[in-house]
Design a protein around this ligand. Structure first.
Ligand code: URP
Ligand code: ZN
Ligand code: ZN
Ligand code: ZN
Length: 463
């Protein structure tokens, strides 16, 4: 057999196995696994390293239009550059339909932004904010058939929220055309009520962001989202789950046989609401929704990962610069937490944090790490087995991982377009040393290839 690249002597980890073998790659695909393969023009020595499927981060926001005056810190180039540095070979960003816009227009915009810019492969989810008869009746069914098989909806945010009737309408289209709806589950009215109350008491610092969205706000919306999905009889993914009570809603639904899936994120595993208490506006660096909770919530999220209640860990990378009037220090945000842009960067830190806090600390094993960071994302979003595993016929999307390397996370390591990381100073053990996309090295020891080799991957529609 002729190969253009061979990865030699590494310990291969998939969601099911751990074994030592060489990997033979030809034209971007894995075509052989065994011992004594080769030679090939490019020989990559993986002695002493783990060889895992490249990370797939199925929840990132890149170049997403934001409220007036606010600009997201990453475009497709910088966001995917950071993803590659963090061991990822694919991300699934969101195409946000702005109200009054058609989904096709929104996709054209994003297509232009992503074109020739991506360092890793991408596939877009849709965000529906304006479910007009045209969107529900024509655009969505057509786009689902073209492979846009996942749709995010919001239960909060002024310019994005759907009411229950609209949610049911979107869920119904998803059921009929076989798409998966991802739900941002926080209750709008309760957040408005609490925000006004806090502001009337002068409680406007970033810390009160968390107080305006307590666990009950998320739990209630999670319960409602699951109920609406049950009424329509269609699967849902509850994204960015932060706490035990919301997790228990998912658990109960699954015990009743409902196809309800869960995602959690590193911020709910290692940050708490105390981070939002930092001096002055520093707390704004940690403002995201749902907000980080407390150590018992962290513990619950780990249990959810161990028990399979959560099937994916995503970053929810949603970067806004800190020292910037178009970011976390927007003038209005100094008046009240309600105007601080929601979201934190994390696409590069996701895998190191889960590896260090999960595998190294004995909370999850290596196979589960691969499932949570890659395989399950590929399966759930229609990319498997092309993506998400190391197997003959799969794309050669691979991360070489030094399981013993100790690193203190600092922003400069992450190569994103932001100016801070919420994980600054976190010590981790285990680090990606080389990221390989379809057989080509795209990042090595923190340096990213100048050539963006990422492609837009079309998902095939199952119906
Ligand atoms: O605060 C967050 N999570 N911002 C990103 C958008 C979203 O809701 O996922
Ligand atoms: Zn269909
Ligand atoms: Zn969300
Ligand atoms: Zn998000």
């Amino acid at each position: 057999m002729a190969f253009d690249t061979i990865i030699k002597n590494g310990t291969i980890v998939t969601a099911a196995d751990v074994f030592v073998a060489d990997i033979g790659i030809e034209a971007g695909k894995i075509i052989a696994m065994g011992t004594q393969l080769g030679p090939a023009p490019e020989m990559i020595d993986a002695t002493g390293l783990l060889v895992m499927p490249g990370g797939i981060d199925s929840h990132v926001h890149l170049a997403q239009p934001s409220p007036p005056g606010i600009v997201m810190a990453d475009d497709f180039e910088t966001g995917t550059r950071s993803a590659a540095v963090g061991g990822n070979t694919m991300v699934l960003p969101f195409c946000l339909q702005q109200r009054g816009q058609s989904l096709r227009e929104a996709l054209l915009d994003y297509g232009r932004k992503a074109d020739q810019a991506c360092h890793v492969d991408v596939a877009m989810h849709l965000i529906v904010t304006d479910p007009t008869p045209q969107v529900l009746g024509q655009e969505l069914p057509a786009l689902i058939a073209e492979g846009y098989t996942s749709i995010k909806i919001f239960m909060t945010y002024d310019d994005m929220k759907l009411n229950d009737r609209e949610i049911l309408q979107v869920l119904d289209v998803a059921r009929r055309h076989k798409a998966l709806v991802m739900v941002h589950a926080e209750g709008y009215d309760a957040i408005q009520f609490l925000t006004e109350h806090l502001e009337s008491e002068g409680k406007t610092a970033p810390y009160y962001h968390g107080r305006s969205r307590p666990v009950a706000v998320e739990r209630e919306a999670t319960h409602r989202a699951i109920s609406l999905a049950e009424i329509v009889d269609t699967p849902v993914m509850i994204v960015h789950v932060s706490n035990r009570q919301s997790m228990d809603e998912i658990k109960r639904a699954r015990e009743r046989g409902l196809p309800v899936f869960g995602e959690t994120c590193p911020q709910y595993l290692v940050l708490t609401e105390q981070d939002m208490r930092r001096d002055g506006m520093e707390g704004a660096k940690y403002v995201c929704s749902p907000p980080p909770r407390d150590s018992e919530s962290q513990h619950a999220c780990w249990e959810g990962l161990q028990q399979g209640i959560f099937e994916v860990v995503s970053s929810d990378h949603s970067p806004f610069r800190y020292d910037d009037v178009a970011g976390k220090l927007a003038p209005a945000g100094r008046r009240s937490f309600r105007y601080v842009p929601n979201g934190i960067p994390g696409v590069a830190a996701r895998m190191p944090i889960l590896f260090s806090e999960g595998v190294v600390k004995g909370r999850i094993d290596l196979n589960r790490f691969v499932a949570l960071t890659s395989t399950n994302h590929a399966k759930r979003y229609g990319l498997y087995p092309k993506k998400g595993t190391i197997a003959i016929g799969s794309d050669a999307d691979i991360v070489l991982w030094d399981a013993g390397r100790r690193v203190t996370i600092t922003h400069d390591l992450l190569k994103d377009g932001c100016d801070y990381t919420p994980y600054e100073g976190l010590d981790v053990t285990g680090w990606p040393v080389r990221t390989i996309l379809r057989g080509k090295t795209i990042a090595e020891n923190g340096d990213v290839s100048s050539d963006p080799l990422g492609e837009v991957v079309t998902r095939t529609h199952k119906a």
